[in-house]
Write a protein that binds this ligand. Structure first.
Ligand SMILES: Cc1cc2nc3c(=O)[nH]c(=O)nc-3n(C[C@H](O)[C@H](O)[C@H](O)COP(=O)(O)O)c2cc1C
Length: 387
């Protein structure tokens, strides 16, 4: 049996990834912030939602297809932007982009990726680009022009990282950015030779240590060394005016990622956003934030008729996708599950993660008496679960 065929669900994939990765890297991906109450809450909130499955509905010939921004999607999912993909697998962003393309869904390349955006664009498929606005707005706007020239379809502007999150375990593991070499980290890496040879050594032999590849030349060593100044640091002063300016500069669909309040969703749509990602950043930023799935209904009610609503944070089962759609999302972003996939087996691993979610989602549709994703609605929710 291959490694992947022993992974029957996303949690199996997570455990397989844990065995393969140095602890510092595994925890960097896996964990939350401070007391990690939100990490638990993201799961608990999905589990609290119960469905009332109808019977004797014809659910043969089910279809998972939908459309997003006027284009067809094989299933209502996209891969979320996640900066360390290139540390989990050599050129992990390419693996994610290819897995997404063959699954018929978009991949979102993060600003901080270790593979340059023009190379990802060559891989084809539906590509979105996630933007962290830098302190030096001019550098961000120049990056935006490159993203547009490279043909990315959608811009995803992340707005929920207004301060540096408090990830104590990263500091303990010596994994705070920029990464500091330490005896502890060296032992950790030495104990994981497959990762050392299959990932790190391949970068070193090809082009040196991994870098923040989309940054301007002078700032490209930010992963292991401090950049020369703070010009490409994530802006702590980003405002609605910045968003409006990005809207004017970007001619294609624009999504705002990291909204948890209906009033902010309204402001984002008023500023010209075509879509909203209801997200708490996978519980990686603010431990006291609300679970995204709990924030979703009010946001869908407020702007669902004016914008495309997406959701992420805590999706681990196909039934979670169905619950998000029933509560008003058009699609979800898949986060850590895709990273566990590439950590275990690159593109094939990410594909496996998406296959697991697809199969579970399809079964949920069947049990819920739905022949297509449009049939998922609030009437499915058990009384008292959600209004
Ligand atoms: C390791 C890691 C790195 C991430 N990096 C980014 C990033 O660079 N930009 C961003 O907007 N979101 C980033 N995210 C958040 C994801 O886009 C997404 O919101 C989150 O992972 C969804 O939650 P889930 O992992 O529980 O599915 C990151 C998430 C993880 C796990």
């Amino acid at each position: 049996m291959s490694r992947l065929s022993r992974c029957f669900n996303i949690d199996d994939l997570r455990h397989a990834a844990q065995r393969r990765l140095p602890r510092g890297i595994f925890e960097y991906v896996d964990r939350g912030t401070e007391g990690e109450t939100l990490l638990c809450e993201n799961r608990a909130a999905f589990d609290r939602i119960r469905l009332r499955p109808p019977v004797l509905e014809d659910v043969s010939g089910r279809s998972l297809e939908t459309t997003l921004f006027g284009k067809p999607l094989a299933m209502p999912m996209a891969i979320a932007p996640m900066s360390p993909a290139g540390l989990l697998w050599h050129e992990g962003e390419l693996a994610l982009a290819r897995a997404a393309a063959s699954a018929g869904i978009p991949y979102t390349l993060p600003t901080e990726s270790m593979t340059v955006l023009e190379r990802i664009a060559e891989a084809g498929g539906r590509l979105w680009f996630q933007l962290y606005l830098w302190n030096d707005r001019k550098l961000s706007h120049a990056l935006l022009e490159r993203v547009e020239r490279a043909g990315f379809e959608v811009l995803v502007v992340t707005v929920d990282t207004s301060v540096m999150p408090n990830r104590e375990f990263n500091s303990r593991n010596g994994f705070a950015m920029p990464i500091r070499p330490s005896v502890r980290a060296a032992i950790d890496v030495a104990l994981h030779p497959r990762w050392l040879l299959g990932v790190l050594a391949r970068y070193v032999l090809a082009s040196g240590l991994p870098k923040a590849a989309n940054h301007p030349e002078a700032y490209r060593n930010a992963i292991f060394r401090k950049p020369p100044d703070d010009a490409t640091g994530i802006s702590r002063s980003m405002s609605w005016d910045d968003l409006r300016l990005l809207r004017r500069k970007w001619p294609r669909p624009l999504i705002v990622k990291g909204i948890l309040r209906a009033d902010d969703a309204r402001k984002a749509v008023d500023a010209g956003a075509d879509g909203i990602v209801v997200s708490n950043h996978g519980a990686r930023n603010f431990d006291s934030a609300v679970a995204s799935i709990d924030a979703l209904p009010a946001i869908a009610d407020a702007v669902g008729d004016r914008a495309t609503i997406l959701l992420d944070s805590g999706i681990r089962r196909g039934s979670d996708v169905a619950k998000a759609l029933a509560l008003g999302a058009k699609a979800v972003l898949v986060g850590r599950p895709a990273l566990w996939g590439i950590a275990v087996a690159g593109e094939a691993g990410a594909h496996h993660a998406l296959d697991l979610l697809r199969a579970e989602f399809d079964k949920t549709l069947g049990f819920a008496g739905c022949r297509d994703v449009q049939a998922l609605g609030r009437d499915l929710l058990a009384e008292g679960t959600r209004s």
